[in-house]
Design a protein around this ligand. Structure first.
Ligand SMILES: [Zn+2]
Length: 253
C-alpha cells in the first residue's frame, strides 16, 4: 500500500493512500493541504476515511466532498456532517481495492473507530494509539480505553500503525519516567530524536514495537507497576487499574 503523510495544523498527519491515479485520505482536518497534494500528484480523491468526530479530523470533509464528489466513510455519529457510509465493528469496507475491517475503539471519544487491512498489515487508528502513547480519554472511561488499546495490541506484530499526531518525543519522554529501564524504549527514543532532528515523521510504528515500548500497552510490566508504587500512584494490578494510573499520571503533565 502506498501511504504518504500530509502535514496539517501544528502536528497532525493526514494519511493519503494512492493507487493508479486515485487517492483516499484519512481524517482530513483541513482541505487545503489535501487539495494541494492531489493537484501536485495528479490524483483524484476517491474516499475520505474518518476515525472520530474531532474537528482536526473532520474539518476538511465539506470542502473536499464539494470539490471532488468523493465518498465519505466514518462512524455512525450525526455530529459528523457528510458521512455517506457509516461503519461499525466487524464491517468490511473496500477502499481503492484494499479491504479494511472496522474496529470500534471507544475511549478518546465514544464514536472512535479504527481501520485494519490484514492483507497489507496496515492500521489507521486516529487518536487511540500513538507512538509511545495514547489519546486522552475525553468521552469514555479508562477501562473502556484500556479494552480498546488491548484490542489493537492483539493485532499481528508486523502491523504498521498510522496514527494522526506527531506526539512521539513528548510521549517517549513520559514513557521513560514510567519505565526507565526499558532498553527497547531507550533505543527507540534515540532513533526518534534523530528522525525529528531531520524533520522526518516517527510514524508509522508497528504493533510489535508498541507492545515493547508503549506504557499504555504494558499494564503487566513489573517495572511500571513498581514505578506506580514508588510514586504513590498504584491502584491495583488489573490491566484497567495500571492503565488508569499511568493515564492519570500523564494527564497531570
Ligand atoms: Zn481526537
Amino acid at each position: 500500500m502506498n501511504i504518504k503523510p500530509i502535514a496539517a495544523f501544528a502536528d497532525n498527519y493526514i494519511w493519503m493512500i494512492s493507487t493508479e491515479g486515485k487517492a483516499a485520505v484519512v481524517d482530513p482536518g483541513d482541505a487545503a493541504p489535501v487539495i494541494a497534494e492531489l493537484e501536485a500528484r495528479k490524483l483524484v480523491l476517491d474516499t475520505i476515511i474518518i476515525t472520530h468526530h474531532h474537528f482536526d479530523h473532520t474539518g476538511g470533509i465539506e470542502t473536499l466532498k464539494r470539490e471532488t464528489g468523493c465518498r465519505v466513510i466514518g462512524p455512525d455519529n450525526p455530529k459528523i456532517k457528510g458521512i455517506d457510509e457509516t461503519m461499525s465493528e466487524g464491517k468490511l469496507v473496500s477502499v481503492l481495492g484494499y479491504r479494511f475491517s472496522v474496529l470500534e475503539v471507544p475511549g478518546h471519544t465514544l464514536d472512535h473507530i479504527a481501520y485494519y487491512c490484514s492483507d497489507s498489515e496496515v492500521l489507521f487508528c486516529g487518536d487511540t494509539l500513538f507512538v509511545g502513547g495514547c489519546g486522552r480519554v475525553f468521552e469514555g472511561t479508562f477501562s473502556m480505553m484500556q479494552s480498546s488499546l488491548e484490542k489493537l495490541g492483539r493485532l499481528p506484530a508486523a502491523t504498521e500503525v498510522y496514527c494522526t499526531h506527531e506526539y512521539t518525543l513528548a510521549n517517549l519522554n513520559f514513557a521513560l519516567k514510567v519505565e526507565p529501564t526499558n532498553e527497547d524504549l531507550k533505543n527507540h527514543f534515540e532513533a526518534c530524536t534523530e528522525s525529528r532532528a531531520e524533520n522526518k515523521p516517527t510514524v508509522p510504528s508497528t504493533i510489535g514495537r508498541e507492545r515493547a515500548i508503549n506504557p499504555f500497552l504494558r499494564w503487566d510490566s513489573p517495572i511500571i507497576i513498581e514505578q506506580l508504587k514508588v510514586t504513590d500512584r498504584y491502584e491495583g494490578n488489573s490491566a484497567a487499574a495500571v492503565f488508569g494510573a499511568v493515564r492519570a499520571w500523564k494527564d497531570q503533565g
